[in-house]
Design a protein around this ligand. Structure first.
Ligand code: PMV
Length: 296
């Protein structure tokens, strides 16, 4: 029996603008998905709290194909992450399944190989995907993403965060399409907003590397995302309640339209959790996880 785990992720800066070639910053968080794999005579049996097993099934296929081996499997999944919340649960479960099954078959895959196979799983299930989630959950830490160079650079920093979950499921694809429509209708107005998000992200990289406070930058980034039309009442309420409770900065994370927000909370996480829960939403303390996928 082998257990592997992998962290969820948040986008700290630059969502949506990254679609237009601007940089983004993603961070692995210490809320993890654990995958326990055991050999059996039967084909594949999966137990988990969620009904959607597509990523696990695809990950098993991809790893069998890669290794040129197969076995009957019993897989059990447990998770700290709410599903379909934009916290990267599909990438985390794909990557942890690959690591667990490969190890069970006696193979120790390198991280770049795991990340590459994880991306293949996401492409196979979704049809289109960015490698950000699979890369970040595999390697851990904070990653500076440069889409034009197709590159990831680690940033060394620690960041006390609270994640607030609106409970509203949303479609990343529709939100990305909405921004494109707005940009096509008002290019002179919307293109500078996108460029501005890129500038905020570049400054955030410098500030994080210098160990400086990034609260103001998060607030500016959220304002620009509001202008792009991807926030909503639930997200804005959680963002403002967090700031009023003492968060240094707060913004939506990921596609918006529901899903999650993050609050940067040095020393104040309890007050911020209470404020978010006071709005009827779920709140979780989440620090950056330096560690990506690992065997337990
Ligand atoms: O909601 P998430 O975490 O899948 O993030 C989407 C991020 C976008 O920038 C909106 C889209 C993308 O593909 O980068």
């Amino acid at each position: 029996m082998v257990t592997a785990s992998a962290p969820g992720k948040v986008i700290l800066f630059g969502e949506h603008a990254v679609v237009y070639g601007e940089p983004a910053i993603a961070g692995a968080i210490d809320l993890r998905i654990r995958v326990r794999a055991e050999k059996t005579a039967k084909s594949l049996k999966i137990t988990s709290e969620t009904k959607d097993h597509r990523y696990v099934e695809k990950a098993v296929d991809v790893v069998f194909e890669h290794l040129g081996e197969a076995t009957g499997l019993m897989i059990d999944i447990s998770s700290d992450l709410p599903p379909a919340s934009g916290l990267g649960s599909s990438a985390a479960v794909s990557v942890a399944t690959i690591a667990a099954v490969a190890n069970l078959l006696g193979h120790d895959l390198g991280k770049n190989e795991i990340a590459r196979l994880g991306y293949k799983v996401e492409l196979g299930v979704q049809g289109a995907a960015s490698p950000t989630d699979t890369y970040t959950t595999t390697h851990g830490g904070i990653q500076y993403i440069q889409p034009r160079k197709k590159g990831f650079t680690p940033i060394q920093a620690s960041l006390p965060l609270v994640v607030g979950y609106t409970g509203i499921e949303r479609s990343t694809k529709e939100l990305v399409a909405g921004v494109r429509k707005l940009r096509d209708a008002y290019p002179e107005l919307v293109s500078p907003l996108i460029k501005n998000i890129g500038m905020v992200t570049r400054q955030a990289r410098k500030s994080l590397e210098a160990g400086e406070d990034v609260g103001d930058l998060m607030n500016i980034n959220h304002g620009l995302l509001e202008a792009l039309g991807v926030s909503n009442d639930a997200l804005s309420r959680l963002v403002h309640a967090s700031r009023e409770a003492g968060a240094r900065g707060a913004k939506l994370t990921g596609a918006g339209g529901g899903g999650c927000m993050i609050a940067y909370t040095p020393g104040r996480y309890r007050d911020v959790i209470n404020a978010i829960e006071g709005c009827g939403s779920t709140a979780m303390k989440a620090a950056i996880s330096a560690e990506g996928v690992r065997l337990e």
